[in-house]
Design a protein around this ligand. Structure first.
Ligand code: ZN
Length: 439
């Protein structure tokens, strides 16, 4: 790449008076002295304009002691970019001052000990947030190490996470159990976290679920402590509190969110139904064949069909389901359980909320009498949670889809990063990916 086409001073020996390079590079606080290509890299030499500097210790006017070359990683384009920053070095001449020399700082360019430019840090955070990037991938693009990228990004994420303004305007709040690792808890601490999700609808009635926080432990205490930290204004603002059927969270809501309606999250209720069908299938399988499901067993091949919504099944899947049920009269139990789960699911899928509520009431009034023990147990759970279960239909589908969406993003990012060892890093990354940190 040629540097200047015309009307420009020699860029190598002196600061270029042409503002075009500065515009092209768009760096704050420094100007471009030279641009060249070296070994497939774009190398840009920059420096700050000359200006007097005071000693940071005593304030006495300092004496220039020349320059130091700092190599910085910048936002990559078609090739990687290196900035050579000719950083000014100063000396304090005050005989009473402890400080001998100091180097200039340009915070808009780079953090004091950083090697990645501020705008590259901003770029990296954007990539992590919107493009499902990984730290390893960003390190490759910048031509540096995982550690260097994370060291530059982490303090910015900490700052964003500490900004309480991100909790403003939350009127529908979800809470959810969250398993963050599957290794020995003696190695990595408790597996469970409690996750808080903003399920508030925007002016168009759409939920843009945001993961607000992840705190250690699965307990009402963990949730209550988090609610306390948010303060009165936040707690008074919450009108709907969605949750999975876990008594600890309900206690926290009753204690701390007195004005809020507790609502069972649709996603979790449907999951309870699916889990019950799965249990029936496994039990019947064991009873009829005396072993766990194997390839070729009629009930084994229909696991995923049983988990799907009936309306989404293809003709082929329906035929397979029917064949599996007909293979043995004992399989009728599986079919009945499946129908129950479908009925439960259909309450949430009604266009008309009143019709949905009618189905939900029927479910809660009948399931506990079902001769299939797994369905009866589901029925008893729903009866215990009757008010919160039915509240979904009187709060305008308050929790629909949001929790599921956030869980999906978390799963994706966990896979992308191939696991996390540090809970604080995990929290920051998940908050960023799931919309909780808005730069
Ligand atoms: Zn000094």
């Amino acid at each position: 790449m040629s540097h200047h086409s015309s009307g420009c001073a020699d860029a190598r020996s002196a600061a270029c008076p042409c503002s075009r390079c500065d515009l092209l590079l768009g760096l704050d606080g420094v100007h471009v002295e030279a641009v060249e290509r070296l070994d497939g890299l774009l190398v840009v030499t920059v420096s700050s304009p000359a200006a007097p500097a005071g000693c940071p210790s005593c304030g006495v006017l300092a004496v220039g002691r020349g320059r130091r070359r700092r190599v910085l990683h910048d936002v990559p384009g078609a090739t990687r970019v290196r900035l050579i920053w000719r950083q000014r070095v100063w000396r304090c001449d005050d005989p009473d001052c402890m400080r001998r020399t100091f180097v200039e700082q340009v915070p808009t360019l780079v953090a004091a000990r950083g090697s990645i430019t501020m705008r590259a840090v901003t770029w990296a955070i954007g990539q992590l947030r919107r493009e499902h990037a990984t730290i390893a991938g960003l390190a490759r693009q910048l031509g540096t190490s995982w550690k260097t990228v994370w060291r530059a990004v982490e303090p910015e994420l900490v700052k964003l996470a500490a900004d309480e303004s991100r909790f403003e305007n939350v009127t529908t709040l979800g809470v959810d159990e969250h398993i963050w690792h599957h290794v020995d808890s003696r190695k990595r601490g408790p597996k469970e976290l409690t996750g808080m999700v903003d399920l508030t609808r925007d002016e168009h009635g759409r939920t843009r679920a945001r993961l607000l926080d992840l705190v250690p432990g699965r307990s009402g205490k963990a949730y209550a402590a988090w609610l306390d930290e948010r303060g009165d204004a936040f707690r008074n603002n919450v009108k709907v509190a969605a949750l999975d059927p876990f008594a600890g969270y309900k206690t926290a809501i009753d204690d701390k969110l007195e004005d809020a309606v507790a609502v069972l999250d649709a996603f979790h209720v449907v999951k309870l139904g699916t889990a019950a069908v799965d249990e029936v299938r496994r039990r019947v399988q064991q009873d009829t064949l005396g072993h766990r499901g194997r390839k070729g067993d009629p009930l084994y091949g229909i696991q995923t069909i049983l988990r799907a919504g009936a309306e989404n099944l293809t003709e082929k899947q329906r035929t397979r389901l029917a064949a599996a049920i007909e293979a043995d009269p004992a399989h009728d139990e599986v079919f009945v359980a499946w129908q129950c789960a479908q009925q439960l699911r259909s309450a949430y899928h009604q266009k008309d909320l009143a019709e949905g509520r009618r189905i939900a009431e029927k479910v809660v009034d009948t399931f506990h009498t079902c001769p299939i023990p797994e369905i009866a147990r589901l029925g008893r759970t729903l009866r215990r949670w009757r008010a919160a279960f039915l509240a979904y239909f009187t709060t305008g589908r308050s929790s629909n889809g949001g929790t599921e969406a956030v869980n999906g993003i978390i799963e994706l990012h966990r896979r992308l990063a191939r696991g996390y060892r540090n809970r604080d890093n995990y929290r920051l990354r998940m908050l960023l990916a799931a919309g909780g940190l808005t730069p």
